[in-house]
Design a protein around this ligand. Structure first.
Ligand SMILES: Cc1cc2nc3c(=O)[nH]c(=O)nc-3n(C[C@H](O)[C@H](O)[C@H](O)COP(=O)(O)OP(=O)(O)OC[C@H]3O[C@@H](n4cnc5c(N)ncnc54)[C@H](O)[C@@H]3O)c2cc1C
Length: 417
């Protein structure tokens, strides 16, 4: 049954009914014996894949299987930065497609995802970094992506709390993307889930995939904690757990899983209305609508699946940011967490068919895939529907690692998110 639309009228109506009339945002179905497509992973990328399969490609006999709760992986753990200022053409194309879709996603999903195009600046604090960003700005101009290099005075104007004079690394300039910004991460997952459910797609939580079954070299279904479920096609979209799912499907991935951490401060009055990334000192910061300073740091230096924060990273990240934003030295930190990210060698994603027939994979977004969710979901849905990658996904195939055809995004995504 179609969901009632969220609207100002609905809000007023419910205000008079003690908010007793709201429906569940998505159904809670039991799995059917068989689907045309199963998507493993109820994060943003998996849910967006299922949504565009139904909405754009007309395939609605689809299930999304999530081992925990929707958005409980990296989608609900990231620092929500959205930008498309990447260097290489295939990256710029998919991240810009995603950024463009984010602009109208609240209307598309009838869910306020709080997209806030407040502007993102990536500080250049060494000559090397300055040259790297100048190169990216030139590439972006050729790609039709609106970015520009700005000087230290403009940086200070846009973000008065920055210390542009050092002490270790003075701000020499920044790569500025005015239409970049942030969005509410779990609303993105919830909005896609609601949209899926509305189209008759089954979104099934607490359902872990434990094995992949195949017949004659093609996928035939998955074993889950809720029993066997058959399928004609399988899309694996599980970020940091991609290696585990690939092993179940009988192939290996050039991906490492590491914990990436973030933290937030106590809420303070508005003091910063842009997003700033300081990649030389290795930290970045924005202010949430609640007033908390949202602070992101680095990834663990060793592979692991811990999905939690550590004292080492608090110290390292806060120390780095105090140099750039001295005022945060007086803030108390509220909470810290980690997510398991999937890192490829060239810091670009994998959207690809796999050696198992009918099985596709979307992974490798590493520290920066939140921004890509709508574009990645769209491109993956197209690949699954047609059986082969379309133009947006074509360059991101698994074969590039064998052929040495890397899409090097170490400047855009090696540290930055
Ligand atoms: C601290 C941190 C900060 C970040 N900051 C940013 C940022 O500012 N901007 C940005 O663009 N990106 C950022 N990222 C990266 C971004 O969060 C991820 O790239 C993105 O969310 C990946 O989404 P996903 O849907 O692929 O994965 P996830 O959201 O992790 O979803 C995968 C899902 O698969 C499920 N799953 C795993 N195994 C199984 C199984 N066997 N059966 C069923 N389900 C399974 C998991 O439970 C999980 O819910 C950050 C990440 C972290 C951790």
């Amino acid at each position: 049954m179609a969901q009632r639309r969220y609207s100002a009228f609905a809000l007023v109506r419910e205000a008079f009914r003690h908010h007793a009339g709201w429906e569940r945002a998505w159904r809670d179905p039991a799995p059917k014996p068989r689907y045309d497509v199963i998507v493993v992973g109820g994060g943003g990328h998996g849910l967006a894949t299922a949504y565009y399969l139904g909405r754009t490609f007309g395939i609605r006999n689809v299930a999304v299987l999530e081992k925990g709760w929707l958005g409980g992986g990296n989608t609900g753990r990231n620092t929500t930065i959205i930008r498309s200022n990447y260097l290489q053409d295939p990256s710029a194309a998919i991240y810009e497609k995603a950024r463009g879709l984010y602009e109208t996603l609240s209307q598309e999903l009838n869910m306020n995802i709080m997209f806030s195009p407040r502007g993102v600046m990536m500080l250049a604090q060494t000559e090397h970094e300055l040259r790297g960003y100048q190169r990216t700005a030139e590439a972006n101009a050729l790609q039709g992506i609106d970015t520009q290099m700005i000087g230290p005075e403009r940086v200070k104007e846009l973000c008065p709390i920055i210390n542009i004079a050092g002490p270790r690394y003075p701000v020499l300039g920044a790569l500025w993307q005015a239409r970049a910004g942030t969005a509410r991460h779990d609303a993105v997952a919830w909005g896609y889930a609601r949209g899926c459910s509305d189209m008759g797609i089954d979104v099934i939580q607490n359902c872990a995939v434990t094995a992949v079954r195949s017949e004659n070299g093609a996928v035939s279904g998955v074993e889950t904690t809720k029993g066997f479920i058959g399928c004609a096609k399988l899309a694996i979209v599980v970020a940091g757990h991609s290696g585990q799912l690939a092993e179940m499907a009988g192939f290996r991935l050039p991906v490492e899983s590491v914990a990436l951490q973030a933290l937030v401060s106590e809420p303070v009055k508005p003091c910063m209305d842009v997003v700033v990334m300081a990649n030389t000192v290795h930290g970045y910061m924005s202010q949430s609508d609640k007033g908390e300073m949202v602070i992101g740091g680095g990834a663990d230096g060793y592979n692991n699946y811990t999905q939690r924060g550590s004292f080492l990273h608090i110290e390292e990240t806060v120390r780095a940011l105090v140099e750039t934003f001295p005022m945060i030295s007086r803030l108390r930190m509220l909470r810290q967490w980690g997510g398991i990210v999937d890192m490829t060698g060239d810091r670009s994603p994998i959207i690809s068919p796999t050696p198992l027939g009918g099985c596709y994979i979307n992974c490798g977004w590493g520290t920066g895939g939140f921004k890509a969710i709508p574009g990645s979901g769209w491109a993956t849905a197209q690949m699954v529907a047609r059986g082969a990658p379309g133009p947006l996904a074509a360059e991101f195939g698994l074969e590039r690692f064998r052929e040495g055809r890397f899409i090097d995004e170490s400047v855009a995504a090696g540290v930055a998110h």
